[in-house]
Design a protein around this ligand. Structure first.
Ligand code: ZN
Length: 164
């Protein structure tokens, strides 16, 4: 596995639609594994292929000690609403409270190409929606009514907070 560079800021690939994966082959599996390693090294709890410069519909997520490596994930249903603070590895230091559906039903293929359905709530529902947005060129700041709702925490301050 390898840690890949994460694209940030106004990089154009973060604003493009990722393409549907036709076949879950070894290239796709290796990319999913590299994405998982990259996400953990960051560290983060979700990563979409756009963020490492590959326009393929792939995401990795790790929530509550469970790893999801998903191919062509798609939201089938959504329910309720929740306001949860989000950040993004591509917008380091920026955070905001974002309103989204509280629960989602998602279909995807696994790392082995098997169809899977995930009914998620809480943080998993949140990360799934955030990552699927990335595949459509959408960032969490696009959901804010006002950009002044964005908070910035300098990375060195953040590290200090984590240590304390
Ligand atoms: Zn993100």
């Amino acid at each position: 596995m390898a840690v890949l560079p994460i694209l940030t800021g106004d990089h154009p690939l973060l604003r493009q639609q990722a393409k549907k994966v036709g076949k879950v082959d070894r290239y796709v599996q290796k990319l999913l594994d590299d994405m998982l390693e990259t996400m953990r090294a960051a560290p983060g709890i979700g990563l979409a292929a756009n963020q490492v410069g590959r326009l393929l519909r792939l995401v990795t997520i790790e929530v509550d000690d469970t790893v999801y490596q998903l191919v062509n994930p798609e939201v089938l249903s959504s329910e309720g609403e929740a306001i949860i603070e989000e950040g993004c590895l591509s917008l380091p230091g920026y955070y905001a409270d974002v309103e989204r559906p509280a629960k989602v039903g998602v279909k995807a293929l696994t790392r082995n190409g098997k169809p899977v359905k995930i009914n998620a709530d809480g943080m998993l529902a949140r990360v799934l929606q955030h990552e699927i947005d990335h595949l459509n060129g959408v960032l969490f700041i696009d959901h804010l009514k006002n950009l002044s709702d964005l908070r910035y925490v300098a990375p060195e301050e953040e590290a200090k907070e984590l240590k304390e």
